[in-house]
Design a binder for this molecule. Structure first.
Ligand code: SF4
Length: 762
């Protein structure tokens, strides 16, 4: 363990950085998106490397943006096929800064942990495999072979494979993910938690039960030809910015956008296309024509109000309901019994506005598409709420036909692909059967641990080795101090990473950092530079072909690291020739083709420009559910409840961050500069607590008698419903209780944390 002098901080430092307040914006992108992109790219990567990166990102033969999973256009590529946050992601990866063994020698782990997450990202790319040995205060270089031997020794000394946790972040490519799940299952466990457990798990659970697939059912073309687009619990301007290009096309084609969000996010109200004259001149295309500022966790009441209106108006598709669904009668009875006043009080919205939204959804040809993200998935009742979205589409027959359907928008570039490859703690029997047939080994059938169960198991000493394929587990997960303690109790923690992050600093007895190639970097296999593949939010599987010189000659690709780990750990217990597979990724793809449906002729089809769509039975109105008909699900109306003086807090991202990676301290659309320790509050909620604008406050969360604290945030008066407030993660993750998660999906409830806010004591 590190030197006794300085504590290793599991949380970002509480120091304030000198806030600058500016006007909130009513339109996203525009010239500032261009200047910001150039500032980040040239500021980090330099002229040549930066320019090369921008010319290759998301191009036909280029590399896939390592940020969100928004699809590329099916039929063309613009010269600059990326958004501002794609530019920040690539600037962060292609930076010239390096975290060398000399840097690790200069700073102890405790000293590094006093850095902010922004400072860690700015430090640059890790260049060598590093080890933090028990009792040491500094990381030291370690040879790759010695690192794999150390992992093998620790894993093989466990009394059960179920004492190991194998985490995956959504950046891992298909080939790495497939090899990983195969290695882990050959090792003997299904402990395969992934970042999806914390984001769209609720969507997958809701959709699998109701319509038989856990993925979106629409294409870009559908979105651009829809009549009505309902965007609920999503902030595309920051988290999926190229979506705004499609929304602009939809609006120009006559679509109506209804936005549902506690905060009037700029990317929902207007868009200045930075590659069009109009946009460059600062003229924005208005997006949402109806904006419903719902209370946090008030979405279910709103969706029931919309469905109730469809029933009361009789504007539902009887023929479709009869032919394709079950459960209508029970649902109709439930809706008619609902009280409008209760729906208004829970949602924080007016009946007239909710009816207006319903009539818009049922209008014209019912070409309705609903897009959603974490604003729906991270609540206790998330699965039930998402099934209300599905119910509305089933009532209208707005699914399984052109320009209509369901669109859960994925946050991480290959989070959907990883799940398709088998990275899931509870894969279906057919997948396990296929693995057994193809690889002739006994696959463990008992379900594994998801993220919350893994943290608890490590905290209770049942999980002893933590191995992460990418990500920043400590900062992405809830209950930061509890999770930190869980990691510290491990014998070994291993992180495959590109850059320094806080999860490297809170380790088990021994900690390993295994630096890998970035998505943008050339990956030479044998004498050919090879490509990897990913799957975007609309189920398109396509190539990602690294183009740039690697940040260090000591890096290995993710598939290579997995193959060497597997070979070292499993030895001759496995018949798989891991290194043979890592030598040529076509060989891995041939095996994927044998196991995963929809990947027929994988190596041929993926080489077509733009790749291929995976099959989606719902698009053909085939419902792969027991009984063969889509399920209209009836759930009791519920929402999070607070006591006097309490508020509901959501954790979310600033505009200068992607998941836990912090590219900068600004949040320009919300008018915040140079500060991350802020809490956005309703002005009346501030007044009633005698909290003055931009004054320091402390936040306390309350859960089953437990309290958790986050101190020294600046209170920002903001236009959001009374009783709702918001703060950035990872700073606010310490407030999210490990025991508070969604029914069925077990996703942490990061969007509805019960808190009290008080002025900080001097
Ligand atoms: S929309 Fe998402 S995938 Fe596309 S460039 Fe932006 S961040 Fe990258």
């Amino acid at each position: 363990m590190p030197s006794a002098t300085l504590e290793i901080s599991a949380q970002p430092p509480e120091k304030l950085t000198g806030i600058q307040i500016d006007k909130t914006k009513t339109a996203a992108a525009g010239v500032p998106a261009v200047t910001n992109s150039l500032k980040h790219v040239y500021g980090n990567s330099g002229l040549l490397r930066g320019t090369a990166a921008m010319l290759k990102i998301n191009q036909w033969k280029g590399f896939d943006c390592p940020s969100c999973a928004w699809p590329d256009p099916d039929d063309h590529r613009s010269a600059f096929e990326f958004c501002e946050n794609g530019a920040k992601a690539i600037a962060s990866e292609t930076t010239k800064q390096r975290v060398t063994p000399e840097v690790f020698a200069q700073y102890s782990v405790a000293e590094l942990s006093q850095w902010s997450d922004f400072e860690m990202d700015q430090a640059g790319r890790v260049t060598h495999p590093m080890v933090l040995r028990e009792g040491e205060t500094h990381y030291q270089p370690i040879a790759w072979k010695e690192a794999f031997d150390l992992i093998a020794q620790e894993l093989n000394s466990l009394s059960s494979p179920d004492e190991a946790v194998f985490y995956t972040s959504g950046r891992a490519t298909n080939e790495a993910a497939f090899l990983y799940q195969l290695f882990v299952r050959q090792f003997g466990t299904n402990n395969l938690p992934d970042c999806s457990n914390m984001c769209h798990e609720s969507s997958g659970a809701a959709m699998m039960e109701a319509v038989g697939i856990g993925k979106g059912t629409v294409t870009l073309k559908d979105l651009e030809t829809a009549d009505t687009i309902l965007i609920i619990g999503q902030n595309p301007g920051t988290n999926h910015p190229r979506m705004l290009t499609s929304l602009q096309r939809s609006v120009e084609a006559g679509a109506t956008i209804i936005a549902v969000n506690p905060m009037k996010e700029a990317g929902l109200t207007g868009f200045m296309h930075p590659q069009q004259v109009k946009g460059v001149m600062g003229m924005s295309t208005p997006l949402a024509t109806q904006f419903l500022q719902v209370r946090l966790n008030g979405d279910q009441a709103l969706l029931k109000a919309i469905a109730k209106t469809l029933i009361e108006d009789g504007t539902y598709d009887e023929a479709f309901i009869r032919e394709h669904t079950v459960g209508f009668d029970e649902y109709r009875t439930h809706l008619l019994a609902l009280d409008w006043a209760e729906l208004e009080s829970i949602s924080g919205l007016q009946r007239a506005d909710m009816e207006k939204a319903a009539r818009q959804c049922a209008g014209r040809q019912r070409k309705l598409i609903t897009c959603w993200a974490m604003g729906l998935t991270q609540h206790k009742n998330a699965v039930a709420t998402i099934q209300e979205v599905i119910n509305i589409h089933l009532l209208l027959g707005a699914v399984g036909r052109e320009s209509a359907g369901l669109c859960p928008v994925r946050g991480h570039s290959n989070v959907q692909g990883d799940r398709t490859m088998g990275v899931f703690e509870k894969m279906p029997e057919w997948f396990m059967d296929r693995l057994e047939q193809v690889f002739e080994f006994k696959v463990p059938r008992h379900h594994g641990w998801d993220v919350v169960a893994s943290i608890r198991a490590m905290h209770e000493g049942r999980g002893k080795v933590f191995y992460a394929l990418g990500g920043n587990f400590l900062q992405a997960t809830p209950d930061t101090e509890y999770t930190a303690e869980a990691l510290r109790r491990c014998h070994l923690t291993v992180q495959i990473s590109t850059k320094l992050n806080r999860s490297h600093l809170v380790t088990g007895r021994t900690g390993l950092i295994l630096p890998c190639l970035g998505r943008s970097e050339v990956d030479i296999r044998g004498n050919t530079d090879s490509f990897l593949t990913v799957e975007n939010s609309m189920s398109v599987v396509h190539t990602s072909h690294g183009q740039l010189e690697p940040a260090s000659p000591h890096l290995l690709s993710e598939p290579d690291i997995i193959a060497r780990t597997a070979a070292a750990v499993l030895g001759d217990r496995s018949k798989v020739d891991w290194m043979y597979l890592a030598e040529d990724y076509d060989r891995i793809r041939d095996l994927i083709e044998k196991v995963v449906p929809g990947f027929e002729d994988f190596n041929v089809r993926v080489r077509q420009p733009g790749g291929f769509y995976l099959p989606n039975p719902v698009r053909e109105r085939q419902w792969v559910v027991p009984g063969g008909k889509a399920k209209i699900k009836t759930h009791a109306l519920d929402c999070v409840t607070t006591s006097a003086g309490q508020l509901v807090l959501q954790t979310f991202r600033s505009h200068d961050q992607f998941n836990t990676t912090v590219y900068g301290l600004n949040d320009r659309y919300r008018g915040i500069g140079n500060e991350r320790r802020v809490i956005f509050m309703n002005p009346d909620d501030m007044k009633s607590r005698s909290i003055s604008p931009v004054s320091p406050v402390d936040i306390t969360s309350h859960f089953q008698g437990e309290e958790r604290h986050a101190r020294r945030f600046l209170a920002i008066p903001y236009d959001l419903p009374a009783g709702s407030c918001a703060a950035y993660f990872p700073e606010a993750n310490v407030l999210v209780p490990i025991g508070s998660f969604a029914d069925i999906s077990l996703t942490p409830t990061s969007k509805s944390v019960i808190v009290t806010v008080t002025s900080s004591q001097p």
